[in-house]
Design a protein. Structure first.
Length: 292
């Protein structure tokens, strides 16, 4: 339960209809109960007490929201509003916001049933039940720069293009790796975006230095200046796309091993078969939380 004076829930369905549930609002939120459990699969083994573990997974997250409508004279109108917004035939997103810290977390949810609204203790009380098939609260996307070419000149300066005999002036980070924190409660997937700057790059690679796992492209994949390669590595999505539209999976080295970012410290490195100094790399990840 996380109902406090600084917490508010915003729900928006797939048609863009929404409602705010929070203390001191029209739909005054009094209670939010969440329920998800760890499902443990195990099996007995001869001669051993108990059972041996096979796998574990979290169940779906069930949520029960309760409160009252703080406008009794117009109860029927607001009742219809809640029923339209929390339409069981529509998917939606529930967003938690801490007003004091501006922290926001979200859940993709399904509505279990039409909201129940009853008259009790001289109040129009509502009860709303939701189910999140993905049980994790999702934080805001985090951007980590592993390699980036920074401009050094800011004053008015005109230099011919490289093709006309000019030069590119900039400062590149001296290291080919980066250490950062996954601030979430569990491991998460990520997007790695490679961009060629000032020249070609062959066979870019990203590696988890903690485990040695890597995803590497073959040397015959050559990025031209301005080309962008995106690797999306998530539990339910594996995608490698060149310039936003070309499926580049065929260029992946078969010894690659998709990896995730465990909670806590992550040490990522990048490389390339040729011209690594022309490479910019940015990693994006979304932390996942067990609760708010």
């Amino acid at each position: 339960m996380f109902v406090t004076c600084t917490a508010e829930l915003m729900y928006e369905n797939e048609r863009g209809m929404g409602a705010k549930l929070a203390p001191f609002s029209l739909f005054w939120l009094q209670s939010c109960k969440e329920d998800t459990e760890n499902i443990i699969n195990s099996e007995p083994q001869s001669g051993i007490d108990g059972e041996i573990p096979i796998s574990m997974r979290l169940s779906v997250r069930h949520m029960a929201l309760s409160g009252f409508i703080d406008d009794v004279p117009n109860m029927e109108y607001h009742k219809s509003t809640l029923e339209r917004v929390f339409n069981p035939t529509l998917s939606g997103r529930l967003t938690y916001r801490n007003v004091a810290t501006a922290e926001t977390l979200s859940l993709d949810v399904k509505v279990d049933a039409i909201p129940e609204i009853v008259w009790s203790d001289k109040q129009a009380r509502f009860d709303i039940e939701l189910t999140a098939l993905n049980p994790y609260w999702i934080g805001q996307e985090v951007r980590e720069q592993i390699a980036l070419l920074s401009k050094l000149f800011k004053f008015p300066l005109r230099i011919p293009s490289k093709a006309q005999g000019g030069f590119v002036f900039g400062r590149r980070r001296l290291t080919l790796d980066s250490i950062f924190e996954n601030v979430g409660d569990v491991a998460t997937g990520f997007r790695a975006v490679f961009r060629a700057r000032g020249g070609t790059v062959a066979g870019p690679m990203i590696e988890n230095k903690n485990t040695g796992a890597f995803v590497r492209m073959r040397p015959d994949l050559v990025l031209q200046p301005g080309d962008m390669l995106e690797m999306a590595i998530f539990p339910n999505i594996k995608r490698i796309v060149l310039n936003g539209s070309v499926n580049a999976f065929a260029w992946m080295d078969t010894s690659s091993d998709f990896f995730t970012l465990p909670t806590g410290t992550n040490h990522l490195a990048y490389s390339a078969a040729e011209n690594v100094s022309n490479l910019d790399v940015v990693v994006y990840y979304v932390p996942r939380f067990l609760g708010v």
